[in-house]
Design a protein. Sequence first.
Lengths: 239, 624
Amino acid sequence: MSEESFTFTVDGVPVEAREGQTIIQACDAVGVYIPRLCHHPDLEPAGHCRVCTCNVDGRRSSACTMPASAGMVVESNTPSLNGDRRTIIEMLFAEGNHFCPACEKSGDCELQALGYRLGMQALPFPYLWPRRELDATHPDIWIDHNRCVLCSRCIRASRDVDGKSVFGFEGRGIHMRLSVDGNCLGETAISAADKAAQVCPVGCILIKDHGYRVPYGKRRFDTQPIGADVEAKRAPRKA
Amino acid sequence: MEPEAERAPSPSGGLTAPAPPEQVEALVREAVAEVKADRTRLMDVVQAVQKRLGYFPDAAVRLAAGALGIHAVEVEDMVSFYAYLDRKPKGRFHIRLSRTPVSLMSGAADVAQAFEKAIGVAMGATSPDGMFTLEWTADIGMADQEPAGLINGTVVTALTPADATVIVAALRGSPIGDMLQLFPGSGSDGVSLPRADVASSLGQVGPILFRQSGRGDGVRAALTLAPEKVIEAVTKSRLRGRGGAGFPTGLKWRLCRQSVSDDHYVVCNADEGEPGTFKDRVLLTEIPDVVFDGMTIAAHALGARHGLVYLRGEYIYLFRILQGVLQRRRRLGLLGANICGQEGFDFDIRIQVGAGAYICGEESALLESLEGKRGAPRDRPPFPTERGYRHQPTAVDNVETFACVARILENGPEWFANVGTGESSGTKLLSVSGDCKHPGVYEVRFGITLYKLLELVGAPDAAFVQVGGPSGQCVAPKDFGRRIAFEDLPTGGSMIVFGPGRDVLDVARLFTEFFVDESCGWCAPCRVGTTLMQRSLDKILGGRGTLADVGALESLANTVMRMSRCGLGQTAPNPILTTMRNFPTAWEARLRPEAFLPQVTMRDALAEAVQVQGREPAGETVAE
């Protein structure tokens, strides 16, 4: 890892970065928030959701996978990009079965929080109402496939961090699903302490008996919008 | 009933019963040994087992995972991705009929009906005796001789409803062999089928590609030059990739050569999956040696020792033929160690057969598939020239591109660059199909107008032309003066002609369905967006679309285009967007005057309840 640093701009703001950082890593470090869903700071990027797509030197690229480079000109917070990002969030709401008021992840859900942050209202699409399964066979963890957004965080965490490869995909296209290494979760090697059990952005992989420890109204995104933690790092501008 | 069913295959030759565990185990062990337990060869393992059993059973998933040192979920991840890999038992004869605008225009619906009648099951089903599975499939590369289909590995073309009866009878009467694959003329394990023949259909021979046989000439010419000089010659010829994207080949090779590594790879993309294209099929049939010459020249230029051909699963009938060609080249010293007597120039080629996934024509998805994984594209950078097959620098080029390279080395870059236009040197192979007198492959000079081409192929009254397949554009007569060239109308070679009376929106709907089926699912905008576009089209073409619906569809299509991860999603909206641009009146004609109509009619919304209750809502008529 070279420690050499350089500068590029995001929406006209200079951002200092180190060799080897992606755009999103460099931006997070200095407090410039780029909306994202599938990306997780502790995992290799996978580029599924495309919410972090930016104009990079005039071409669309995902900020989670694109290495930052000196002099790069990035546009992120534009009405056009935010509109496209909102459309993707709306697509994900249409694809699965997401009933926020009845979901124990409500207020802690990154999909829901992005919907609020990006100004989502009524869906402009028909719901697809897929038939999906619940898997409560594991003593400590359950999966509600209705809420899966196919972000692969659990797949990456289980494979790369836990070294267990408990999760994978099955099928392709609109029929793609999350699958497990066995007939059901109870047959797999996962435990509640695993990274894979902790990284789900939505209410798909949940730890049993934890759901309401923090009551509605006092959760992460109940008090501030998603991304506020990143933006808090931004140094106040000099007058 | 159950214990009886366990003893498969049943006397009638059906495969509905599960295979006995010891057979599955033996097959997996043998297949894994064949690939030396190399995890990246999972595709071969699955295909070898499926070839014998007709499917890849649960037990095989676990056994293969164990033997290859991976997890069962990773095997499942790969197998479940490909349309031609089956996890459930299918019929002994798997009949797949190609469903494309061209096949339907040629009577594929009647042929399908005849098969349904002859077998006694509907499309999508397996016959109760386990003899037949009947399905639709995407374009199989036979647009010049539709209606066409695949029966196990055998291609049948130019089908009529009468053929269906004869084919089904012939298959019923075939001896029960161990082998499920049929190849044309493969003798003892095959059955003689009518229409099991692929016509070459070379429509026009141009000045560059089909000029002479030239086995090894290009290689010998290249070996007189230093590798850098070979790349220089390719650069000087201004050759651009023939798969459709048009990236300068010389530049790609230079970047690949510059990437420092122990191993470099040459990969030939023979996954030709764009509906309406079949020119690579004709190249691999007519002049496979010239293609392999091009790959060998690339090996010299890049310092590669290994070459791979990724052959689409639909072209498995070419596999044995191409293996024979490779074998002959080894005997002639054109492959293997010390090629053409040049000390230390070692290079060989392996053919990897795909399994039904359009996305694998995208180079990074192709590399994933070559490594025995699902064909999901990679994020770039890094580009394959830097990190490709097995993370090594890799040049992935189209079949036609390699053939061009051989000709350039044989005859010189100036000779090549003198043909064509400023930005598009040389000739282009066009696969012409649809409403024209002479479908086939045409080698034309870049710069030819659509008018000229339509005259050539016998379609002077064309109503519109799909240039570049579904991912390309739908061109109206007002634009027939445009030229085939990277700077005007680029195309990988698919040219589908539609005559008077054809409806652009019916075609757009079929193409949109194609992208729904072929989206890999990795990224959200393409995975969900293609299905939502299809829903919207269904509403509009179902006679319930308003101006607002068209506006919303256009907006959705643009988001899918801008936000998708790879070329598939970025071009999937083209059938919608290019017809909106070029045929606005066709869309207007479908619109209803209302400001708003709901997606679902009240009658449809209540249908289930009406059925449960057994009566219509009391005292009122349900509005539409």
